[in-house]
Design a protein around this ligand. Structure first.
Ligand code: PLP
Length: 477
């Protein structure tokens, strides 16, 4: 029998094992196992290092999640301390652990309204999945069992478990997998950039709100359980809905007794300058709120659904069902090491006034990024505080309301590749470069991100001009 290999084995071996044995999330199956992986071997602050010894500025914060940056000593110590005291015990039924109880209380204190009950999960998808199941449980228990339908939107991303994937609306993510169609419905994307030609933003917003109401009425309000919504659609392209949209959709849901589930997996934990953005930034109090990612600063997998006391009271105590067991949860719900690091994360965020810092640097980040609009191939720069997106376009025709064209996507790919060569990691998605740097980012790093982006866009534009592909654009930049 061969010895267990060292995880610090040589990069060539690791790359070979990856190509042969790992099936990555969102892997390209057509080229499975062909190319060497991008092997990340180290990370510190806002920087990551690869196996070739190259250094990159991490403008995606891992995957929106490395909010306090890489290699924070206090977070590492919190994990070590908890792992040596008690690494794991079951969270089921009445079994509790100190970090989970403490974190639940912290989250309840940070939460808006009566979102006082916390159901821990293993990440964002399982939190979304749990929120939908809780909505179903609630309505069945209060005698409205026809309320099963779930409303979501094109361009939303809520995860990759079965229901969460079905409630996600990123067009190119729909593949040979199976999706639930009988009770999950997608409404239009609230993307002002791709609104129908000739429609004002206000008219677009009115139409979106009307569509939600019409869909509820068409299904029958007594059949609709919940509306699941990211206040800013993150991985669908940092889509900032029109002014007033979030509040108005929340009101429509309240009008018809439809539960509003706010997915703050990305917008929560500081990215918009608040622990939870729902109330202070969007002026809503949802019935359930989902969080993950920045909850632990990405140091451990953890998610949570915060549930309104109103809902919990209606299904528990004297209102509980005859078989009153709440049969939802996971082996690693409320994992003590994950909860310990989340508690420490919140302490550091408070002590270092991270939300205040984001509120200060966020507008600077957006202002510097908007300067990139001077380039002909930049169709739009959009975002809010530390979540942003640069939409690339191959020519100056109006944006296509059905989505980006292949030629736009090809332009974005070139920009992404140049960024990587120049030492910047951005998140490529369709015709976009998505940015979500660690929240600790400072002015100098923001300037560096913008300088590299400008250079990458300039080089791409130069290539397109040389190849005669810069149609209808002025290439002067
Ligand atoms: N919800 C949103 C808004 C997300 O962006 C994501 C992941 O990117 C999820 C849910 C799913 O989270 P996870 O990947 O932790 O399951």
């Amino acid at each position: 029998m061969s010895a267990v290999p060292d995880i610090a084995a040589c990069p060539a071996d690791l790359a070979r094992w990856d190509r042969r044995h790992v099936l990555h999330p969102w892997a390209d199956l057509a080229t499975l196992g062909e190319a060497d992986p991008f092997l990340v071997t180290g990370a510190q602050g806002c920087r990551v290092f690869d196996s070739r010894g190259r250094e990159y500025l991490d403008a995606i914060g891992g995957m929106w999640c490395m909010t306090l940056g890489h290699g924070r000593r206090e977070l590492i110590e919190a994990m070590q301390e908890q792992a040596s005291r008690m690494s794991y015990y079951s969270p089921f039924a009445s079994l509790a652990n100190a970090p989970a109880c403490t974190l639940a209380r912290e989250l309840a204190q940070l939460a808006p309204g009566d979102l006082q009950r916390v159901h821990f999960t293993t990440g964002g998808s399982t939190a979304v999945e749990s929120a939908i199941r809780i909505a179903h449980y609630y309505f069945r228990r209060i005698g409205q069992k026809a309320r099963r339908h779930v409303l979501s939107r094109v361009d939303a991303y809520h995860g990759s478990t079965y229901l969460a994937a079905s409630a996600s609306g990123k067009r190119r993510d729909r593949t040979c997998f199976d999706y639930e169609h009988s009770f999950v419905h997608l409404l239009s994307s609230p993307n002002p950039y791709r609104r129908p030609a000739g429609r004002s933003i206000r008219g677009f917003c009115d139409a979106l709100v009307q569509e939600l109401e019409d869909r509820i009425l068409a299904l029958g309000p007594e059949q609709v359980a919940c509306f699941l919504a990211e206040p800013i659609l993150a991985s669908g392209g940092v889509i900032v809905p029109p002014e007033g949209y979030v509040c108005r959709t929340r009101e429509i849901c309240a009008k018809y007794g439809v539960l509003y589930v706010c997915d703050e997996v990305v917008t929560g934990f500081g990215r918009l300058g608040h622990f939870f953005a729902s109330a202070p930034h969007f002026d809503i109090i949802p019935d359930m709120l989902v969080c993950a990612k920045g909850l632990t600063s990405g140091y451990q997998p953890l998610g949570a659904v915060l549930v309104s006391d109103r809902l919990v009271d209606a299904i528990s105590g004297r209102n509980a069902a005859p078989n009153s067991t709440f049969t939802n949860g996971f082996t690693y719900s409320g994992h003590p090491v994950a909860c310990a690091v989340a508690v420490r994360n919140i302490q550091i965020m408070r002590a270092e006034r991270i939300c205040e810092h984001v509120r200060a640097v966020g507008p600077y980040f957006m202002r510097r990024l908007r300067e990139l609009r001077r380039f002909a191939i930049v169709g739009e720069v959009r975002g809010d505080h530390l979540m942003a997106c640069i939409e690339l376009t191959a020519d100056d025709t109006a944006p296509d309301s059905t989505g980006p064209r292949d030629c736009d996507i090809a332009v974005a790919r070139r920009v992404d590749r140049y960024c990587e060569t120049l030492g910047l990691l951005v998140r490529p998605y369709e015709s976009m470069c998505i940015l979500s740097p660690p929240l600790i980012i400072g002015h100098a790093e923001i300037d560096r991100i913008c300088a590299i982006l400008a250079r990458a866009i300039e080089l791409t534009q130069r290539d397109l001009a040389l190849e005669g592909k810069l149609r209808g654009c002025d290439s002067s930049g």
